[in-house]
Design a protein around this ligand. Structure first.
Ligand SMILES: [Zn+2]
Length: 98
């Protein structure tokens, strides 16, 4: 995995609200000391399709899991108006639960 990025994923581009994939998921998960991840998305959530298994579901919080496969998805506040901005942490990814 990690073979197919074609937009300069190198030094100088790390975590932040505009990161992608797992980096974005981890950024949102840890944002505000962990307070952001369970906050409801404005507008009642974003209807999306799991990027792991293809099941449609409604992402209702900034970090959420696919109900079918448990795939972790997240969106950052500046981009939470569009389901196209939802990032997927990757198949088999587990959140760093305390
Ligand atoms: Zn899934």
């Amino acid at each position: 995995m990690g073979c197919c990025t074609n937009h300069g994923d190198n030094a100088g581009r790390s975590t932040g609200p505009f990161a992608e994939g797992r980096e974005l998921v981890e950024f949102v998960y840890q944002a505000h000391g962990g307070a952001l991840r369970n906050k409801p998305l404005p507008g009642g959530g974003l209807v999306t399709v799991c990027q792991g298994c293809g099941t449609g579901f409604n992402l209702t919080t900034f970090v959420g899991k696919c109900p079918a496969c448990g795939g972790v998805h997240a969106v950052s506040p500046p981009r939470s108006n569009d389901a196209a901005n939802i990032q997927f942490a990757g198949a088999g990814y587990q959140l760093p639960e305390a």
